[in-house]
Structures are given as C-alpha cells and as structure tokens.
Design a protein around this ligand. Structure first.
Ligand code: HEC
Length: 126
C-alpha cells in the first residue's frame, strides 16, 4: 500500500471518529424479560398509539394513507416477518430514525427503557 493511501485511510478513520463510536451505534441487547413483560408491552402500546400508529398502525389505528406513499412505505409490524426481527436492530432504527425516508429519530423523545417497551410491543404485534 502506498504511503499516500495510508495517509488517506488514517484520515478517514480519524474523521469517522474511530475508537470512540457514538453511544448509539453499538449493537444493543434487549434487557432480560422485557419482551415477555405484559407491563412493558402495555407501556409500549401507549407510546405506539400516541406516536407511531399514524404511520405504522393498521387502518383501525388511524394509519394515514400517506404512510404507504413514503419512498419505502412505513412497515406494518403485524407482518409475520417481524417475528424474527432482531430487537437490537429495531431499537437502533427507532432511536436513530431513517434520514430522508420519513422515519423520525426518537432518541431525544424517549428513554432507552421506553424504547425497549416499544420494541417489546412491536414484536408482540407480528
Ligand atoms: C411520519 C411517519 C412515521 C412515524 C410517526 C414513525 N415512523 Fe417508523 N418508519 C417510517 C418509515 C417511512 C419507515 C421505513 C424506513 C425505511 O424503509 O428505511 C419507518 C421505519 C421504522 C422502523 C424500521 C423497520 C425496519 O424494518 O427496519 C422501525 C423499527 C420503526 N419505524 C419504528 C417506529 C416507532 C416505534 C415509531 C413511534 C415511536 C415510529 N416508527 C414512528 C415512518 C414513521
């Protein structure tokens, strides 16, 4: 590898903050028992109905038609495919959102515990 390439790679590593990843970027594990906890799912359901149902809910839950017209439609978590979803991936998606496709970042709004409650509820829907 030429010296130039090496210098460039080092630069990229430094720019991307190599060594000190932002706290939200590491894989996360759902706290034990949350998925099975009826009270966590109930708390998650309340949050979902208030903040998420307009895009991710069913028609009965006031899903807005616009959410089917996003560049990638807001997923309906009752689809069986979500049974196998990785809780850590859902957690990250909720906290970080998806820039440019209509999914807001919720990290500023919810504690980590509330986010896991949402994940528990989403997983219970599929
Ligand atoms: C304004 C509409 C809107 C709202 C409100 C919204 N979302 Fe989303 N969400 C989206 C869209 C659109 C996508 C699809 C993004 C994509 O395909 O990358 C998405 C994607 C996701 C994903 C990733 C799914 C996957 O398969 O990777 C999760 C998890 C998620 N939303 C959870 C939530 C939760 C929980 C809430 C409420 C706290 C919420 N969303 C509120 C529009 C919304």
């Amino acid at each position: 590898m030429s010296r130039r390439v090496l210098v460039l790679l080092t630069g990229i590593a430094l720019l991307s903050g190599c060594g000190s990843p932002p706290p939200d970027s590491s894989p996360r594990r759902m706290p034990e028992g949350t998925r099975e906890s009826a009270s966590a799912r109930a708390a998650g359901r309340d949050l979902f109905m208030q903040h998420c149902a307009r895009c991710h809910g069913t028609a009965m839950e006031n899903r807005r038609q616009v959410s089917d017209r996003f560049r990638s439609p807001a997923p309906d978590f009752t689809e069986p495919a979500y049974r196998r979803a990785d809780p850590g991936d859902l957690f990250q998606a909720i906290r970080q959102g998806r820039a440019g496709v209509g999914m807001p970042a919720w990290a500023p709004h919810f504690s980590e515990e509330q986010t896991w409650q949402l994940v528990a509820y989403l997983l219970s829907r599929s």
